[in-house]
Design a protein around this ligand. Structure first.
Ligand SMILES: *Cc1c(COP(=O)(O)O)cnc(C)c1O
Length: 411
């Protein structure tokens, strides 16, 4: 045991330069392994939220649109997120929810490939991705085919010129498996189709490389690893080469080329602004902008190394402590996002027992104990302590206690 403690100490020293824990406000008695669902609060985010409400809204009132540049915030914050996901400026805007942005992309992308009848996505996608893709495809009279990522390249080649769009998650929300964005994008391009990536579980933890990987479109959440706060707006990426053809189905006034001309007719802005719809949730958007300062001075490659070290060490600790649950997450570094998902028939109760011990993770259907490692504010010491709690819950069968088996409304 003291060996592991010593290893944790050494690893924390090795990765000290990527430790941003002091910028976050995490309760002392909590090991927070759910930053992939709702990122933790940073001091910068808390202070900015208060400032936006009191000084900007309260004091500047309507003048804040200019004085605090509320108007330019969606593109400004978009560029900041762009830098984290490998997108040059001018291709990312922060607006609406991930669900809504996916809708815009599926429709706009399919319209760019007229005569092609199929949209491909993963049967294990996050449900909103499935629902939205289907309803967008229905509107255009297209068929959605559900093909697991591992089989997608083969199916894309078979579909050939009938494929319009391949839409996949970069990291699987349940298993944490990391997929090869560049290879699958190339497969789509080889048949003249387009590729959209959902970055909800990779933005801020994996160097995504949208531009280098040739991605056409991407979307992702602001409230997960980016720590923008509950309901923070989402981001959408449209590659520069597609901007002129990006025909969004949601033509709101804020996507207009001259919104204040108050024209009767819609004319989309030439820039990524055309992906905007209506007025942004400014309190959330500016809170997200402040949260992103936690990444200042960090290279995503370093963040990735810390993340892999944390999840790798956690797996090592589980092994050393005799926890032998089946792993849903790949062991190999190159296929692992920033989470560790374990399978257990009583996964829901295991998660509740862990939460009672202050280790906050979450349950995902049907049998997944999902533990996310937000690298900026977790340490190797946390990883070891969490592994010890998992071992204790299993050893003492705490998951059999009735109070841990009653399902809450939000699981
Ligand atoms: C979290 C998540 C979403 C959430 O979408 P919202 O519109 O923000 O509720 C969508 N897709 C994936 C893959 C997610 O992980």
């Amino acid at each position: 045991m003291s060996d592991l403690t010593e290893r944790a100490r050494q690893l924390d020293a090795t990765h000290a330069h990527t430790d941003r824990r002091s910028q976050f406000r995490i309760p002392e008695d909590v090991i927070y392994l759910d930053g992939n669902s709702l990122g933790a609060l940073s001091t910068a985010a808390a202070e900015t939220a208060a400032d936006v409400v009191s000084r900007q809204w309260g004091g500047q009132l309507i003048r804040a649109w200019n004085e605090s540049d509320w108007w330019g915030a969606p593109e400004r914050v978009g560029d900041t997120i762009g830098a984290l996901v490998g997108a040059a400026p001018g291709q990312v805007v922060v607006t609406d929810s991930t669900s809504v942005n996916l809708f815009k992309v599926v429709v706009a992308a399919s319209r760019m490939r007229p005569g092609r009848s199929t949209v491909l996505t993963d049967p294990d996608s996050f449900p909103t991705d499935l629902y939205i893709t289907r309803s967008a495809a229905d509107l255009l009279g297209l068929t959605v085919e559900l093909v697991p990522v591992a089989e997608a390249a083969g199916r894309i080649a078979e579909l050939g010129s009938s494929l319009a769009l391949a839409s996949y998650s970069h990291v699987d929300y349940r298993t944490g498996e990391l997929w090869d964005l560049e290879a699958l994008t190339r497969a789509a391009h080889d048949v003249g189709a387009l590729a959209c990536w959902d970055l909800c579980h990779s933005a801020g933890v994996v160097p995504v490389g949208l531009d280098d990987g040739g991605a056409d479109f991407a979307i992702g959440c602001g409230y997960k690893y980016l720590s923008g706060g509950p309901g923070a707006p989402s981001f959408v990426y449209v590659a520069q080469r597609h901007l002129a053809d990006f025909d969004s189905p949601l033509t709101g006034w804020q996507g207009h080329a001259s919104p204040f001309a108050m024209s009767r007719d819609y004319e989309p802005a030439a820039s990524i602004t055309r992906a905007r719809v209506g007025t942004a949730p400014l309190i959330s958007l500016l809170t997200l902008e402040a949260a992103l300062t936690a990444f200042d001075g960090l290279d995503l490659q370093e963040v990735r190394r810390r993340s892999l070290s944390l999840t790798g060490f956690f797996l090592e600790c589980l092994g050393a402590l005799g926890v032998d649950l089946p792993l849903a997450t790949p062991r190999e570094d190159e296929h692992r996002g920033s989470q560790v998902s374990l399978r257990h028939p009583e996964a829901y109760a295991v998660v509740q027992a862990l939460i009672a011990r202050g280790v906050i993770g979450d349950f995902r259907e049907p049998d997944i104990v999902r533990l996310g490692f937000a690298p900026l504010y977790l340490s190797h010491a946390d990883a070891l302590a969490a592994a010890e709690h998992v071992a204790a819950v299993l050893r003492d069968k705490e998951y059999e206690r009735p109070e841990f088996r009653t399902r809450a409304a939000v699981t």
